[in-house]
Ligand binder design. Structure first.
Ligand code: GDP
Ligand code: PGA
Ligand code: MN
Length: 617
């Protein structure tokens, strides 16, 4: 067994020792840990075993150091509040890089970096970056440990906040090391907040660095993240591995890593259907994942709320797993009247980030209740009252909680083989143009729809909120390779499915607005009415009307019993404006042209067909 040359261990007593796992594969891991330790020079190395006791000790230590606040256990047992540095509140897409060998493999939508050059840039930043800190080694599995669709990785980090978050979001533990020891391939991820401490220097509550780099090396299956503690930049198993790196592995192996929620819908007749839906960040994935239908007889079971891995099965169906083990959800807008299942999930054992603190030691955010408490401490730790004129919680404030706490989680949500998909939805925030629901005529048309998703920007990433941007398949910031090749990969996956067993594809839009700026559709629990129509389409029991953009419901076949909505609003929800769709098709052409001829011909054919139908409409 190779010996690690780690620095002296003076860690939380009884935790952090390198576990006694033996096997060939451990040599690589230990050599890599030693190499990273030699570069970043931490004071201690702590091997994380994922135990409850270790997690409790880490949380206690963070409370003692003033890094997190323990919430009042009477209201929120086992829960904590973290406040980030005001500059470190969202994913930093401008600082996110794909360092593939060839620039064309990253494509025009990613920031590409030449691998050797970017290593030369970030290496000096990592040099000594963990001085005065503990370096944690966190082995994790995405998907059930050992499952046929699962993949494993190790994250090195100097952030205890990241360690406890990874512990919620993935399956952490020594059984993963056993797989590594047995020679299973694994992804190497390194994270440093980039704030070394001089001897005796007092640490701050949320260490981070103005300079940030989130760099992916798809050819060597590595991620190096520097300078940020924010979930999307620091929990590397999530967006970095399970989407950017996994999308490349999926391209090579014939499967898909997608930015999708996953649910089981049970009809009043007791039949179960599986639905996956791709919406951009902060566009309703967690809400739909925990849907409480407002129409009697329908039930929804949650399987995942952010990422799905999809693989064609021998039976010609598309099988899906949620590779995660927790939810990293947007807090604002989560309340009794919108997402009661999420509110119930958050009863305890939750890490909140950048929400407001109540005087009684519980938390609050905009939308949790209709009226705010009279007095709060805002997300920056400043006193707040309802007339302060600013939000109490940051618009991208988050909760981190285990999936198993969701009251409607499917009993078999973590089944290693996953579930067979019946329906795929694409959506985004569109105030205009895009109807409430429209069905694709076939797989290729569905892929065309996915490639054309645009959405108004949200607070989940840096940028101007509200500005419309293209976000194909909700994967713009998450596809680890050329998006045009990715479109082609989707077409190829379709060919591996049996045509009568492939999931049916639909586009939805909960966010269409009237001329007066209000949402036309009540959304949330009432989205079940759209799901109802979609399932009835799959069953073949309702019709549809052809439109230039796809198949629309006959409005009398959409169950609107008990919804307060005028006929004019229903009409507006489904109106197709020929001229604006023509303009959109021109933008699609411009977009496709940015890929240097790599967009697959069938998608160009779909674009011509759309224009032809629009002209004749
Ligand atoms: P995710 O980041 O994609 O998981 O998005 P969330 O489900 O967390 O929702 C993001 C924001 O959109 C929250 O403020 C929600 O309240 C809001 N939202 C979600 N679903 C709907 C809906 O059907 N209608 C409207 N108007 N807002 C919604
Ligand atoms: P989400 O993004 O809004 O899709 O959950 C998480 C993130 O910002 O990293
Ligand atoms: Mn979410």
């Amino acid at each position: 067994v190779p010996q690690t040359t780690r620095p002296t261990i003076k860690t939380v007593p009884t935790f952090g020792e390198m576990p006694a796992v033996y096997g060939e594969g451990m040599a690589d891991l230990v050599a890599w840990v030693d190499k990273v330790a030699a570069l970043t020079t931490p004071d201690r190395v702590h091997w994380v075993d994922g135990s409850r006791a270790e997690n409790d000790a880490l949380l206690r230590e963070m409370v003692d150091e003033g890094k997190i606040i323990k919430l009042n256990p009477e209201w929120r047992p086992g829960s904590y509040l973290a406040r980030s540095h005001p500059s470190d509140v969202a994913r930093t897409e401008a600082r996110t890089f794909i360092a593939s060998q060839r620039e064309t493999d990253a494509g025009p939508t990613n920031n590409w970096a030449e691998p050797d050059e970017i290593r030369a840039t970030i290496n000096p930043l990592f040099e000594g970056s963990m001085r005065g800190r503990t370096m944690y080694v966190v082995p994790f599995s995405m998907g059930a440990v050992g499952g046929p669709l699962s993949h494993i990785g190790v994250q090195i980090t100097d952030s205890a906040y990241a360690v406890v978050s990874i512990g919620i979001m993935t399956r952490v533990g020594t059984d993963v090391l056993r797989q590594i020891a047995d020679g299973a391939p694994w992804v190497k991820t390194v994270h440093s907040v980039g704030a070394p401490l001089a001897p005796g220097e007092q640490d701050v509550a949320w260490p981070c660095n103005d300079e940030k780099y989130i760099v992916h090396f798809p050819d060597t299956l590595e991620v190096w993240s520097f300078g940020s503690g924010y979930g999307g930049n620091a929990i590397l198993a999530k967006k970095c591995f399970a989407l950017r790196i996994a999308s490349v592995i999926g391209r090579n192996e014939g499967w898909l890593a997608e930015h999708m929620l996953l649910i089981r819908v049970i009809s009043p007749e007791g039949k179960a259907y599986h639905v996956a839906a791709a919406f951009p960040s902060a566009c309703g994935k967690t809400n739909l994942a925990m849907l409480r239908p407002t129409i009697p007889g329908w039930r929804v079971e949650t399987i995942g709320d952010d990422i799905a891995w999809l693989r064609p099965g021998d039976d010609g169906r598309l099988w899906a797993i949620n590779p995660e083990a927790g939810f990293f959800g947007v807090a604002p807008g989560t309340g009794e009247s919108t997402n009661v299942a999420a509110v119930e999930t958050l009863w305890g054992n939750t890490i909140f980030t950048n929400v407001a603190l109540r005087p009684d030691g519980d938390v609050w955010w905009e939308g949790l209740t209709d009226t705010p408490p009279a007095k709060l401490t805002d997300w920056e730790g400043k006193p707040w009252t309802p007339d302060s004129g600013r939000p109490a919680a940051h618009p991208n404030s988050r909760f981190t909680v285990r999936a198993s706490q969701c009251p409607q989680i499917a009993a078999d949500w973590d089944a290693p083989e996953g579930v067979p998909l019946d329906v795929i939805l694409f959506g985004g925030r569109r105030a205009t143009n895009v109807p409430l629901v429209v069905e694709a005529t076939d797989w290729t048309h569905g892929v065309f729809m996915g490639s054309n998703i645009s959405s108004e920007r949200t607070a989940a990433a840096e940028g101007t909120v509200g500005e419309l941007r293209r976000d194909p398949f909700a994967m713009l910031p998450f596809c680890g390779y050329n998006l045009a090749d990715y479109f082609g990969h989707w077409l190829r996956i379709g060919q591996k499915l049996r045509f009568d067993r492939a999931p049916r594809i639909f586009q939805v839009n909960w966010f269409r607005k009237g001329d007066d700026g209000r949402f036309l559709w009540p959304g949330f629990g009432d989205n079940a009415r759209v799901i109802d129509w979609i399932i009835r389409r799959v069953e073949g029991s309702v019709g549809a009307v052809d439109s230039p953009v796809g198949r629309l419901p006959k409005t009398d076949e959409l169950n609107l019993d008990g919804v307060e909505i005028s006929d004019a609003d229903v009409e507006a929800l489904f109106s197709i404006d020929r001229d604006s769709w023509m303009r959109e098709s021109e933008l699609t052409e411009d977009f496709y042209r940015t890929f240097d001829g790599r967009v697959p011909a069938p998608l160009w054919a779909e674009l011509s067909a759309l224009r032809y139908r629009l002209q004749r409409a």
